[in-house]
Write a protein that binds this ligand. Sequence first.
Ligand code: SF4
Length: 451
Amino acid sequence: MTLNLDRPAPLRPKTQPKVGIVSLGCPKALVDSERIITRLRAEGYQIAPDYAGADLVLVNTCGFLDSARDESLSAIGEAIEANGRVIVTGCLGAEPEVIEKAHPKVLAVTGPHQYEAVMDAVHTHLTPPHNPHLDLVPESGLRLTPRHYAYLKISEGCNNRCSFCIIPKLRGDLVSRPIHHVLMEAEKLVAAGVKELLVISQDTSAYGLDIKYKPETWRGSEYQTRFLDLAKGLGSLGVWTRMHYVYPYPHVDNVIPLMAEGLITPYLDIPFQHASANVLKAMKRPGNQDKVLGRIQKWREQVPDLAIRSTFIVGFPGETEEDFQILLDFIREAKIDRAGCFKYENVAHAESGKLEGHVPEDVKEDRWHRFMAAQAEVSAARAEAQVGRTLDVIIDGPGEEAGEMIARTQADAPEVDAVVYLENAAHLKAGDIIRAEITGADDYDLYGTPV
Ligand code: SF4
């Protein structure tokens, strides 16, 4: 942590001190923000809903892409202008010199996952209240997601070294949470009303590798700290469990039967990034892509409703038209149901910036549009195939039309995937899981009615 010593004296407000929090970036950063908020509330701080009501503002930044760095820097600037007392944490906090150069008035800068350092900085600049009421905090902690779903972070960092990514530089190597800690947290979340758990990390299939899959005890049984045992434990909780950031290592095959049994939600978020061997090699991606298509087909034989979400990068340095065609063929053949696509961007300090063969912006743009069109066909075919079926859906909240509720099927994660517009559903509430008849579809979304 760097502390700006040439700063105003700590505030000692007469009422409960209030901290505002701005959370940028990915779900992993959101989980960090939730942990910080939980700690703050445990110590008796209040969370201010806006800049004006805050005694101090914490900005949790993202430093992954250059565009995210710019967004982080402008969010810090906005907080300084609106409030004046700002502490910065998160990925961009790993580069304090960048922040301090742009915003010399920040009070302190801490890096990602430095919970103690963030709390120290808050204590330094906003004196903690006496006699904190620990019972202000619900047992499940405080969350920024709606009450019916929660992100469950199983590890920090990453042992891979993809050439376009600086996460290992920012967050370090893989550090897995012991499995009983993760399962106990999941248990508390479910007891607090969570109906859907979203498992996140940088590399979920590598879970436990760093601690040699250490066995632990949960509910009287032994569980190894590994992906399969995690799936078994979470699958026993009786809620939807969605696996994100899963690399297609061979042992992922073992989790598919748990989906067939209905213990784990039939959904895999696999960040393939590309399908051409040349590009994957230049990207230094882990795993062997050769047999991936065949394995996906086998997974689908066991779990016909399996939905696969992925992210891809088009216009990576050296990507030829042929490589791009391989990618288009892959998303069609593998039927990648949901996909995010990014045009390659140089990330400061990432190795890929030094590669030969950077693709011109207009070519990237053209490939991006062609990718999105091809993916829309796959997605529309899946949506169309759902019409006439009766599916389980989870209610997220009211829609814009009278009596309408927005819901999701098991094939859709919150915020990133498609939704179901349910009519005549005003009697339902967020978190309800019901059966719905699907009556219509467009390229992505479904329309239906409760049965
Ligand atoms: S797997 Fe690759 S892209 Fe993902 S965090 Fe690790 S290094 Fe970055």
